[in-house]
Ligand binder design. Structure first.
Ligand SMILES: [Zn+2]
Length: 98
């Protein structure tokens, strides 16, 4: 498999995790409403398990990327405050930072 495939997979799993977390948060918003009367129709355990499963898949992709990527590291500075920045070194291909 190619680095590109694992990069796409990692990004896609990230999106899936974000959507699953958003569903849980939306349900919480309904549950916390003073007029809430439908209870929680979600199988919360299922969603938490799915999130963990996608985190494991994402971690596996990250390990494969580390094995396959021919890292191309560059130095950069990122803003960490209004007038402060931090130097970082990261791979332009897979975004791994040192
Ligand atoms: Zn890399």
């Amino acid at each position: 498999m190619s680095v590109e495939y694992y990069l796409l997979s990692r990004k896609t799993y990230d999106h899936m995790i974000a959507h699953l977390e958003a569903i849980l948060e939306l349900q919480n918003t309904l549950d916390e409403h003073p007029d809430s009367k439908f209870g929680n129709p979600l199988d919360v355990t299922y969603y938490h398990e799915e999130i963990q499963r996608f985190i494991q898949l994402k971690d596996m992709c990250s390990r494969r990327i580390m094995e396959l990527c021919e890292h191309d590291y560059i130095d950069d500075e990122i803003d960490v405050g209004p007038e402060t920045s931090q130097k970082i070194t990261y791979c332009q291909i897979c975004e791994h930072s040192k």
